[in-house]
Design a protein around this ligand. Structure first.
Ligand SMILES: [Zn+2]
Ligand SMILES: [Zn+2]
Ligand SMILES: [Zn+2]
Ligand SMILES: [Zn+2]
Length: 569
């Protein structure tokens, strides 16, 4: 069928959005109706169902042991610790329900959402080694407080990672080693306090530098070495300057942080972060991707649209998919679906080897399931009840037809027909503890009026034994007794500790111990990333129209790709 671009009004925010001919082709191919919410509302709805970064202590509802959990005790659901949840003595069919054709299907899914036990943390638990304090990870070893990470080794307090080793305090770190306080880097070694640098060694406080060695406070350099604030020195001069900079001192590092930011802003930045291995893409942080539009953090995606947080390639033919990848294809309206998964719609936490799932929550290696929750290694199930292949297909068709005419109606009166992701009120997380808050902060009043929950629960604070201002300035003056101290954060005053592996790593990198708590550090790092929002504006050099995360009121000098490249000729 021939399709034309159509303008529609979002059922949620009432703002107009467009559905392009290619979008219609995708919906037609996977036999779903076109969405009624705009792309941004759809993304926020998905993010609101997930909590990667807020962990609480609660007791396992099976063995009673204290466990770290994504769910605070505020959430009135059953939560098992990881060993209990992953144990083979249950598979989820214990909670099977019969389909009741007189009630909306999603109402019945909601029932099973509240009946079944959840795992405290979201990890490929059986494939991690010595990683008890991590969330949203797989195939990691000896890591502590890392989130959304795969294939990591000895990493601390970091997020959105793939194959990072012996590093701490990073976001979007890929295939790198010995990095600290850096954001967005690939194949780097000893890269500190830097942003958007690839293939760098011994680089500090630098932005958008590729293939550089021994650089400090630099921006937009290619293949350079021995530079400080973009000024080239001889190797001897550089080493002399390096000594004067006192890079082991917390005070000097803090001064350099401010000075480098002031310098970076004087140099142009590209319309959005991508590189020459990406073809026909839009969005931000789009790497090794092809024919993929409106992406945010995309690595190795092809023929995708409106996707976010793809940290592990490859990903193919996905729309409205919020991570994480690792061989995912034809995912629509999905979050944390991946690791050899295909044809999964309106679902989240379905991995590994998942196939043909719809309206599923937490299905491990599920195939051909509909409306199943906390189900492990099962096929042809509806509401956790097993059917023969023939019975399943027949009932599935009947339910989908019914969902097209009998919607679930939420407490704000919004209708959810077949083709919509789960309603916001199905989320097990209060809005302010969910990933939606991380990228789209809302006030308590706004969130509640949209049908979300809110929670003011905080982890208990501890009495501190030392103030951040009394910490030693250099790691050389720091002895092992720091491991026994409870430090009061410089910014928020809350208590935090230094753990042994972290101290060893800081010694290896010759860096001082941090003066802020992990949460304040994490928040500040996220502020160093661009928001998930594109603005139409013009290149500040040639005037050509660009789509960029930098709105007009931002201080950056924003160039189109062509003008930015000319800076290097
Ligand atoms: Zn909207
Ligand atoms: Zn347990
Ligand atoms: Zn703090
Ligand atoms: Zn231009």
């Amino acid at each position: 069928m021939e399709h034309k671009l159509e303008n529609r009004t979002c059922q949620n925010c009432k703002v107009d959005f467009t559905i392009e001919p290619d979008d219609f082709l995708f919906y037609e191919k996977i036999k779903v109706p076109a969405p009624t919410w705009c792309p941004e509302c759809r993304m926020i709805r998905r993010f609101s169902h997930q909590n990667t970064w807020n962990l609480f202590w609660r007791n396992c509802d099976k063995c009673g042991k204290k466990t770290l959990s994504m769910y605070s005790s505020y959430e009135k659901i059953k939560v098992y610790c990881q060993p209990c949840w992953w144990k083979d003595d249950w598979d989820g069919t214990e909670y099977a329900m019969d389909y009741d054709s007189s009630r909306p299907f999603l109402e019945q899914v909601k029932e099973i959402i509240h009946k079944t036990p959840y795992v405290s943390l979201n990890n490929l638990y059986l494939m991690n080694k010595n990683c008890d304090y991590v969330n949203s990870t797989g195939q990691c070893r000896d890591c502590f407080m890392i989130f959304w990470a795969d294939f990591c080794d000895n990493v601390y307090y970091s997020t959105l990672l793939n194959t990072l080793k012996f590093s701490s305090d990073c976001i979007r770190g890929y295939f790198s080693e010995l990095c600290y306080e850096s954001v967005g880097f690939s194949r780097c070694y000893r890269t500190f306090f830097s942003e958007e640098c690839d293939d760098c060694i011994d680089v500090w406080f630098s932005r958008d530098c590729y293939n550089c060695t021994n650089c400090i406070g630099c921006v937009n350099l290619r293949g350079e070495s021995n530079c400080i604030f973009n000024i080239k020195y001889t190797k001897e001069e550089y080493l002399e300057k390096l000594k004067e900079l006192n890079l082991d001192s917390w005070k000097s590092l803090n001064e350099l942080k401010i000075k480098s930011k002031e310098f970076w802003i004087t140099k142009p930045i590209r319309d959005f972060h991508t590189h020459s291995l990406s073809v026909n893409v839009s969005g931000d942080y789009v790497y090794e991707s092809k024919n993929s539009k409106e992406m945010y953090i995309s690595n190795g995606a092809e023929d995708c649209k409106y996707c976010q947080l793809i940290t592990v390639k490859p990903v193919e033919d996905c729309f409205d998919y919020s991570g994480w990848g690792d061989n995912a294809s034809q995912i629509y309206e999905g979050i944390t679906v991946g690791n050899n998964s295909s044809s999964v719609y309106f679902s989240f936490e379905c991995w590994p080897d998942s196939m043909n799932l719809q309206y599923c929550y937490w299905n491990i290696s599920g195939k051909n399931n509909l409306g199943c929750v906390n189900l492990k290694r099962k096929q042809h199930c509806i509401l956790n009840k097993e059917y023969s292949k023939e019975e399943f297909e027949k009932l599935k068709t009947e339910i989908i037809e019914d969902m097209k005419v009998n919607p679930y109606i939420d407490k704000t009166g919004k209708k959810f027909y077949y083709g919509e992701f789960f309603p916001p009120e199905f989320s097990l997380f209060p809005y302010n503890k969910s990933n939606a808050m991380r990228f789209f902060p809302k006030t308590k009043e706004e969130a509640i009026s949209l049908g979300y929950e809110w929670s003011d629960v905080l982890n208990p604070n501890h009495t501190t034994t030392i103030k951040a201002s009394d910490l030693p300035d250099s790691i050389l003056e720091t002895n092992d007794s720091i491991l026994n101290e409870i430090i009061g954060c410089r910014d928020c005053g809350r208590a935090y500790k230094i753990v042994e592996g972290e101290l060893n790593l800081l010694r290896k990198m010759n860096l001082p111990i941090p003066h802020e708590c992990p949460k304040c550090r994490e928040n500040k790092r996220f502020e160093r990333m661009d928001p998930i929002k594109l603005h139409k504006r013009n290149c500040m050099k040639c005037g050509v129209g660009i789509s960029t995360p930098y709105s007009k009121d931002r201080p950056e000098i924003v160039y189109c790709a062509k003008c930015y490249q000319q800076e290097f000729n």
